[in-house]
Ligand binder design. Sequence first.
Ligand code: NAD
Ligand code: ZN
Length: 342
Amino acid sequence: MKALVKRDRAPGLWLEDVPKPTVGINDVLIKVDRTGICGTDIHIYKWDSWAQKTIPVPMVVGHEFVGEIVETGDNVTDFYPGEIVSGEGHVVCGRCRNCLAGRRHLCADTKGIGVNRPGAFAEFISLPMTNVWHHDPSVDRDVAAIFDPFGNAVHTALSFPCLGEDVLVTGCGPIGCMAVAVAKHAGARNVVATDVNPWRLSLAKKMGATRVVDVRSESLTEVQAELGMREGFDVGLEMSGNPDAFRSMIDQMCHGGKIAMLGIPSEDIAIDWNKVVFNMLTIKGIYGREMYETWYKMRVLLQSGLNLSPVITHRFPYRDFQAGFDVMMSGQTGKVILDWND
Ligand code: NAD
Ligand code: ZN
C-alpha cells in the first residue's frame, strides 16, 4: 500500500510502498479515506529536535483520519466492515493504575499513532478495537477526519464551565479556532481570541470570536474595557505555547480564574507566581482527549449545530502531500485535508 513515511533522519517525508498492516485478534483494519495534517506532522516533517529524539525511522506518520472498516480480528464483536470510524491516536497500556481506574487519558505509558507506532497517512491502518470510534453516519467526512484535534479543542474548552463566562483564547491556530467555536457554542458570554497572525485572527472571527486581538498592536486591557469586563477573564484557554501569550493570560484573569493549557511551550516559561497565588488561579494541563467522554461530547456538539467547516481551508489528493505541507507551513491555513482515494 502507499504511505507517507519518515524514511531518513532528515527533513521531508517520502511517499512509499509499504506492507499492508496485519490484523491481530483484537484489531480493526480501516481503509483510510481522509486525513488531517497536524502540527506534530510538521515537527516530524521538519525533523526538529523533538522529532529527532522521539521518532524511530522508518515510520508511517499521521494520526488524524477517518476511514471505513474493511476487516476485524476474531475477538472483535461490535465493529463491522463498511462502518465509518476514526481512531483515538493514543494507544494506552490498559494495565497501569489510571487505566485500570478508567482514567485512560492519564495512562503513564501512552503510545502515539504516527509517532511511536505506524500511523494513518496510508491507505490502511490497523488499530486495537479499544481505539476505534464509530461516527454518526451523518457526519461530514472532512470534519470526521479532524476529530483528533477537535477533541483537543473540546477537552480544553470544556475543562471548566463556559456558560455565561468571559473566555480568553491565546493562539488562533486550527485548535484555538475550534476552541473559540466550542466555547461560544457552550454558552460563553465573550470569547476573545489573540494571535500575531492576521490571517489566523480572521479565521477566529469566522469561527465565532466576539473580538479578535492582534497583540502586537492592541492591548487586552483596553479590549476588556471596551467589552465592559470589569474583573478579568473567567476562563483562559492557552493554545499557542508562546511564553508572552501565557504571561499575558495570567495578567488578564479574574481572581479565581481558571486556565486550561494545551499549547506546548517550546522553552521554559518564567511567570510571576505571586499572581497565581494571590489571584488564586487554577492552571490545568491538557493532553489529548478523554477516552471517550471527549469523543461523546464532540458528537453531541456537532449534532446540536456546532459548525466547524470554516476551519477546514485546504484539500489535496495524497499524492500532492508536498503542496499540503507547504501551505500548512506558510501559516495561512486552518486544517489541511489529504484525500487517500486514488
Ligand atoms: P499552531 O501552531 O497552528 O497555532 C499556534 C498559534 O499561536 C499560531 O497561530 C501563532 O501565530 C499563535 N501565536 C504565536 N505567538 C502568539 C502570541 N504571543 N499570542 C497569541 N498567539 C500567538 O498550533 P495548533 O495546531 O492550533 O495547536 C495549538 C497548540 O497546542 C500548539 O502549541 C500545539 O503544539 C499544541 N498541541 C497540544 C496538544 C496536547 O495534547 N497538549 C495536542 C495538539 C497540539
Ligand atoms: Zn496505562
